[in-house]
Design a protein. Sequence first.
Length: 368
Amino acid sequence: MTDSRLPLAVAIAAVLTAAPSMGAAQRTGAPPARTAGGGDAAATVNARALVRAAPGGRRLALASQGARLETRSTRAGATQVVLDGYVHKSLLAGKRDSFPASIAAPSGAYLRATPASRGAVIARLDHWMGVHRLGTEGDWVHVQRVGWIANELLDRAQVAERDAPPRSPAAQTEVARGPQDVAGPTDSSGGAVEDPPAELPAATLTPSASTALASSPGGKALGTLSPGAGVVPLARERGWVRVRVEGWVREADLRLADSTMVSSLSAADLRADTAGTRGRVIRWQVEVLAFQRADPLRHDLAPDEPYLLARGPGDERAILYLALPQSLVEDAQRLPALTTVIVTARVRTGSSNPSGVPILDVMSLARR
């Protein structure tokens, strides 16, 4: 006769076997597995919507209207969604919190459905948002992050109705309608622009006549571009083109524009107050020792992330890691050893693991 207790014993063994792997996923910050009782497999965003780290938590991104997202559990009037797509490698930096990579773009980075500049925009990811790296395709990195969107901003047919309360006036704040919720331009009335600017291929252009360089479409003039000046187009919007231009100005004519920038901090200050100095912008004179790429032992740098091994600031002669954006890698590689440079950078950490060396995210680099 068959023992009726056998199926129960097998089921208990299966649960005990699975438990350690579930705990490991939570400890490493990996996206959680879909839980029973959550929403259906996917939902459509019915208005541009804030993506938060937790229901009612801090903002992570701005999801595009019409984006189709995988859904997981529901809680407190919100649904857990998966942001999964491609970001250009130049917009990624190293480890942040428990995530192996982060977004290094002050105005945000587009998450695209395909690894191409014309790929559909799934969301705009906020500066310093942590992401998981899933792979690379050419110049594009496949990334993923789990977040939460208010239920009423998702197609109701795709979300579990048990946790979808009627739309309330307070919930309207989750819809990105004003400039404070949009990582991008606004129209003349202050409302959100409905479509993100179209990105353009990087090809050098020049003005056909003297033209104003404006802070935004129709905005304040910053200067004048003359015929022959080379500009790289980045995006198009309402008859305007966002451009990048490089040139030279006299150092004596410049002053600090960022009120958070300080030159009085030392490397010792960064190590002594890692929490208080994180995110501060510094401008230091340092000596370059070598161009290197991070190995797995440098836990606060992404694997293979480019950086300069440097010494400074000034006479302090402390060892520093200067993490480089992709746009500065070639220039940094050409710097001879013992070259003195002026670096403007944002503090990633004042004491990296395990060496205790400060890590700075370089914003600009100039030979002295």
